[in-house]
Structures are given as C-alpha cells and as structure tokens.
Design a protein around this ligand. Structure first.
Ligand SMILES: Nc1nc2c(c(=O)[nH]1)N[C@H]1C(S)=C(S)[C@@H](COP(=O)(O)O)O[C@H]1N2
Ligand SMILES: [Mo]
Length: 394
C-alpha cells in the first residue's frame, strides 16, 4: 500500500541495554561505557560490545536447527544441538576484541573507513561449548591434523545471517585445520556465554570462538562448517580485516598482497578516565585492560603521568585480590585480558599514558601515525588521556 512500509529487515532485533553507545543502529554496533569494562573481570552479557554486519537472525526452532559439516571424505554430516551438547563441555575465559577497536582515534591522523569505535569494542566472557577439535574428531578428522586425505587445510565457518558486503549472502571466515584440530588452541563451538544460553546478539544458538584471534573470525549463528583446501574467499577474509602500510590508499590498494589478520597484537587502554577529565584531587587510580593475541600473557603494564617521559609499573590481576602471573603453569586464564591498576599523584595538568608488554616482549607502538592503515584496524598505540585537577580543591 502506498505510504506504508513493509516490515524492515531490522524489525526483529533483540532488546539492548540503554547504556550502550550506539555507533551504528542498522546493523547494530555498540559498545559499553569505558568504565563498565573495568568494573568486572567477566564482562556482563548485556554490556558486552555488539558487532554485526546485518540483521540478527531469528532461530526459533532448536529441534530443527543443525550445523552441516561439508568437505569430508564421504557424504556431508549434519549435527544437531543434541550432538553438540553430548560432547564434553568446556568453559573458557576468552577476550573477544574487534580489530576495529580504537578506530576513531586512528582517524585523527587521517580519515579511515569503518565503524567509529572508542576503546570498548572488546569484552571478556566465559564461553561454554564443545571444542571444535572434538566436533571434527566426531566426523573422522583426528586431533592435530594439518591436512585431510582429500586435501582440506582450512575450516570455514558460514553463518545464517545476511550482509550487504557479501551481496546478501552469509558472513563467513576460516581458520587453519591445524588450529581447528588442536585441542590446546581451545577453539569452541559455543552455546553459552557467562553461564547462560548464548543470546541472539552474540550468536544464538551456536557460534565459533577462536581465542586470541581478532573477533571477526569468531563467526556467530553457525549454519555450516566446511573443510576446504584454500582459506575462505569471503569478503571479510579477503577484502577487509587486513593490515596495510600507511602508504596504501583506496586508489592503489591490492587486497591480494596481504594475509587475513588472525592473532591480535598487544593492546591496552585506560578505562577509568575519559579522553578529557577534570578531577577534584591529584591522587587518582588509573585502571584499564591489557590483552595480547595468540595466548600470550601480559608481562607488564607501564603507566606515565608525564606523557611518557617516566613510567611506573601497574599491578595486574584477573581474579580480584590474586596477583596475576603470566607464566603457563599458573592458574591464569591465558586467552583472557588482564586488568591493571596504578595509584598516581598527578600535577595540575597531566597526560596519563598506558602501554602494555606481552610475554614475547612485544610492546605497543608509541604513535598512531606509524601504524595508520586505511581501514583503521588494530590501533594499539599508547593510550593517552588528559587530566586537569580542578582549582577548588587545591
Ligand atoms: N555471523 C556473523 N558473525 C560475526 C560477525 C557478523 O557480523 N556476523 N561479526 C564479527 C565481528 S567483526 C566481531 S568483532 C565479532 C563480534 O562479536 P560480538 O557481537 O558477540 O561481540 O563477531 C564476529 N562474528
Ligand atoms: Mo570486528
């Protein structure tokens, strides 16, 4: 009927927490306020950032839902949720970070394209599910396989959502067969988040979780898992989420020259302060998160109150009150972030800076200019905030 619009493809979005800062409404992309991240080690589901490329799919019949596994030696296999639930269940604390986290700050050098994220496009959750290595073993692929007899070297996750970058097709991504079949890599097919059934925004009923790797490879709303010879040819593997040098622009870009980004680099940010702050006293507590990819721990977090001339070391923790140690034998969560805290006494005007060092001694770069890239991904430059002590209490 003229003048009456049909139901929008976004008419069935789930309810969301009013605190979230919305960076794009359709598709829904939002992050929590900074301070929410450091108020708990495990990020509550409703405050966890949401990163979507299309409408949230509706899966209302769990009995009929299944994941097909193709590319095997014989016929394709389909697994129901019951099949997945019957496998041993693992709960793994892992930080999911969007490669676009801190993108907005990269635009201050030169405009970049993409959703404008502040510093909270990440969160730490306890994911519950079956190990992908066990699922693949169930269909005849042994642990620690590099290649299947039919030449499969990559495992592709295909979603049921639809996005415009794939011309209305589903979101997809792949990881190597070695990573997928390595039980120590802890790749999950997750059906729980923080002890609750996964909700629609985060991939109900089943999603991939690839710990230590940029969020883009943790495909939500799984439809099929394909064992393939070459890596996934989808948009988000081939035409996005790759890192280019600052000299590459939209006129001279050749996407084929770079590999899809997988592990995320060492990162940290201050969450207890905004970019510009006026505080009543000079004694303040600086708190934030630090995380690195590939299962590397956080060796150190340095905090400066003079723009990076001098530094003090922050204390680190995962469980409150338990000092964090990054070594493998300790009970630290290797895929999860580390929170940090430092008490500082600042001058009237201070530039507070934080930088983290991971267990491979990788350190964050000082300036964003040197890592600028046209898609604005992986801004891991030192995080800086300005603080003024207000007159009244001096
Ligand atoms: N099916 C599907 N999976 C997806 C996406 C998507 O748009 N569709 N976005 C990816 C990106 S870029 C990120 S950062 C994470 C975000 O997960 P979250 O919304 O649960 O935080 O999901 C990834 N998996
Ligand atoms: Mo992302």
């Amino acid at each position: 009927m003229p003048g009456i619009r049909g139901p929008s493809e976004y008419s069935q979005e789930p309810p969301r927490h009013p605190c979230l800062k919305i960076n794009s409404k359709e598709p829904f992309n939002a992050e929590p306020p900074r301070a929410a991240l450091v108020s708990s080690y495990v990020t509550p589901v409703d405050l966890f950032y949401k990163r979507n490329h299309g409408p949230i799919p509706v899966v209302d019949d769990l009995e009929r839902y299944c994941v097909s596994i193709t590319g095997l030696q014989g016929a394709e296999k389909t697994l129901s949720m019951k099949d997945i639930w019957n496998l041993p269940k693992y709960t793994i604390a892992a930080t999911l970070q969007c490669a676009g986290n801190r993108r907005t700050a990269m635009s201050s050098t030169k405009q970049v394209r993409g959703v404008g994220w502040d510093i909270a496009a990440l969160g730490n959750a306890v994911w519950g599910g079956a190990k992908l290595a066990d699922v693949l073993q169930l269909v005849g692929i042994p642990y620690n396989s590099r290649v299947t007899p039919s030449g499969g070297k990559h495992v592709e996750f295909v979603s049921i959502d639809k996005c415009k970058e794939e011309n209305g097709g589903p979101y997809k991504a792949s990881i190597t067969l070695s990573q997928a079949t390595n039980p120590e890599a802890d790749v999950l097919l997750a059906y729980e988040m923080n002890g609750e059934t996964l909700n629609r925004d985060h991939g109900y009923p089943l999603r991939g979780i690839v710990p230590g790797v940029i969020g883009a490879r943790s495909v939500k709303w799984l439809d099929s898992i394909n064992i393939i010879a070459e890596e996934c040819q989808g948009f988000f593997m081939q035409k996005d989420y790759k890192t280019f040098p600052p000299s590459v622009n939209w006129d001279n870009i050749d996407w084929s020259t770079r590999r899809p980004q997988m592990d995320f680099p060492v990162q940290c940010a201050i969450c207890s302060l905004e970019d510009e702050n006026i505080v009543p006293t000079s004694k303040i507590t600086v708190q934030g998160y630090a995380a690195s990819g590939g299962g590397r721990g956080i060796e150190r977090v340095d905090v400066s109150i003079d723009g990076g001339k001098t530094w003090v070391e922050a204390s680190r923790y995962q469980k409150p009150g338990v000092p964090y140690t990054a070594d493998d034998e300790s009970n630290s969560d290797k895929w999860a972030w580390v929170l940090f805290e430092a008490e500082v006494n600042i001058p009237k005007n201070a530039v507070i800076v934080a930088k983290a060092v991971d267990t491979a001694a990788n350190v964050q770069p000082e300036n964003v200019e040197t890592i600028w890239n046209l898609r604005g991904i992986l801004n891991t430059s030192w995080h800086r905030v300005n603080v003024k002590v207000s007159h009244s209490n001096l």
